[in-house]
Write a protein that binds this ligand. Structure first.
Ligand SMILES: [Zn+2]
Length: 60
């Protein structure tokens, strides 16, 4: 059975989940994750494996 693996990398700017984009925590402290900007740059390193679906395959 053949399988193919694709690897992809990309960067994405997202709203900081730690402070929900406010830059400060509920306590008033500056968010340590985004350092107060409310945004974070995330680096994705993704590996996708594709293999055929075979009906009645019990050999996994
Ligand atoms: Zn934050």
């Amino acid at each position: 059975m053949e399988s193919r693996t694709t690897r992809t990398e990309y960067d994405k700017r997202e709203t900081c989940r730690n402070c929900k984009g406010y830059g400060t925590l509920a306590s008033g402290e500056k968010c340590p994750v985004c350092l107060g900007s409310g945004l974070v740059d995330k680096h994705y390193d993704v590996r996708i494996t594709v293999k055929p679906f075979v009906k009645n395959d019990h050999s996994r």
